[in-house]
Design a binder for this molecule. Structure first.
Ligand code: MN
Length: 247
């Protein structure tokens, strides 16, 4: 029995998950929200944490073990990465994490690994491949929708309209579905080669994908917190893990 279980477990794809880097008192901490791990496990993947403070050699080894990469959420990217100065004090950066995630992105792209970006993850993918961001949505693109919801985060608070003929629509089979929202930045210009796949009702970009790659999708909301109540978010994980299985 154990052997059988072990074998089927070994067939599951290994998914590398990026992590946060922060401080708690005098301690530096590498962290990840547990919901990301369960989102991967519940859809048939094995989560492996890629430490936010890892150097290149360590990441080369770890990414080498992976069948796919999930770029997770977190604080803002350094605006210098897309050629801008910090707009105001609302922009909170962690250069240590930026550096390791750039290496992960480079390695994953070179290996053509399936990539899913969530929240900061979509922003990271977009900036890495040459796109730009709104640094502070309330200042730069004010809207009636507040894209920073109050907890609990497992609620649907605005909508995403999926563009036809995109991977997002192909996966979800829905033109419109509910999402949660917990971001203070958003994509301004999509990176060269990427296509906008979904927008909210106030036209904020909620999803991008790269049609030249097998699976390179970013979403601005947090599907890992709502997949049990909105099938569109569950299907994203199913399609991602399926792509990693057949990489
Ligand atoms: Mn939003």
């Amino acid at each position: 029995m154990f052997k059988t279980d072990c074998k089927s477990w070994q067939k599951n794809p290994i998914i590398g998950l990026t992590s946060s880097f922060g401080r708690n008192g005098s301690n530096d901490q590498v962290q990840i929200n547990q919901t990301y791990l369960d989102y991967i496990r519940k859809h048939g993947g094995i989560p492996v944490i890629l430490p936010a403070d890892a150097q290149k050699e360590e990441l080369e080894f770890l990414v080498g073990l992976c069948d796919g990469i999930l770029m997770t959420g977190g604080v803002d990217l350094n605006p210098a990465l897309y050629g801008e100065e910090k707009l105001n004090d609302s922009v909170e950066i962690t250069p240590v994490r930026d550096k390791s995630e750039y290496i992960v992105c480079e390695l994953a792209a070179a290996k053509k690994l399936p990539m899913l970006g969530i929240c900061r993850g979509i922003q990271l993918m977009n900036v890495f491949f040459g796109g730009t961001l709104y640094q502070d949505m309330p200042t730069q693109c004010p809207s009636e929708i507040r894209h920073r919801m109050e907890p609990p985060f497992n609620r649907l608070v605005h909508q995403c309209f999926a563009e036809k003929n995109t991977l997002l629509f192909e996966i979800t089979q829905k033109e419109v579905f509910g999402v949660n929202t917990s971001h203070h930045q958003a994509i301004k210009d999509a990176a060269p080669g990427f296509v906008v796949a979904g927008r909210s009702e106030d036209s904020v970009i909620e999803a991008i994908w790269n049609p030249q790659e097998k699976f390179m999708l970013g979403v601005q909301w947090h599907p890992e917190r709502i997949w049990e109540i909105e099938s569109a978010s569950a299907r994203i994980a199913e399609a991602f893990i399926a792509a990693c299985r057949h990489k």
